[in-house]
Design a protein around this ligand. Sequence first.
Ligand code: HEC
Length: 177
Amino acid sequence: MRTLMWTVAATLLAACGGSEPAPAPEPAPATVEKKAKVEKKAEPKEEKVDLTTLSPEEQKAKLMEIGEKVYKTGGKKGLACNTCHQDNGKGVPGAFPPLAGQKDHMGDCAKHAGIVINGLQGEIEVDGITYNGVMTPQGDLLTDLEIAAVITYERFSWGNDFGVCMPEQVAAARQGG
Ligand code: HEC
């Protein structure tokens, strides 16, 4: 109560106290600089993923998570796979082959990785439809982790169940193994 009275008194005094306008407070330069520094965003760090510390289930989950992003965005430098193969993995009949249920090309991890690394062209038949298109090589555009992730995503999507593909297997596929 006492404090309140003092506050009221002070406010009244201030209100009546002379007509001289108080000088506009200038912000101290130090404060401004500090604020600017806080607002500056930290550079985004490259995502470091250490799969070796994870259980097989966690490895698969992590690869699927990264892989879906790569499939839909192409990662940092690659081409988004869904542009041609579509979100549902069904492709476009006659132009882009489906990835759903394609054990011939995707059953083997090294072969699957090889298609992403080296691209694919020439006539192929998928589900009774002939394709003679060109898939651009992406070995230089995607990291081993990105390729392992995107193909693992394909290997477990749309009813596929072809097994996990690890970055070391992609690295070996680059060497032709
Ligand atoms: C610009 C269009 C395009 C993009 C982008 C693309 N592909 Fe392809 N992909 C093709 C074409 C065309 C073929 C068939 C090539 C042929 O006719 O020989 C193909 C074939 C394939 C095949 C083997 C055929 C099959 O149906 O199993 C796989 C696997 C594949 N692509 C995976 C991928 C992955 C993974 C990505 C993303 C990293 C990707 N593709 C991005 C056009 C594309």
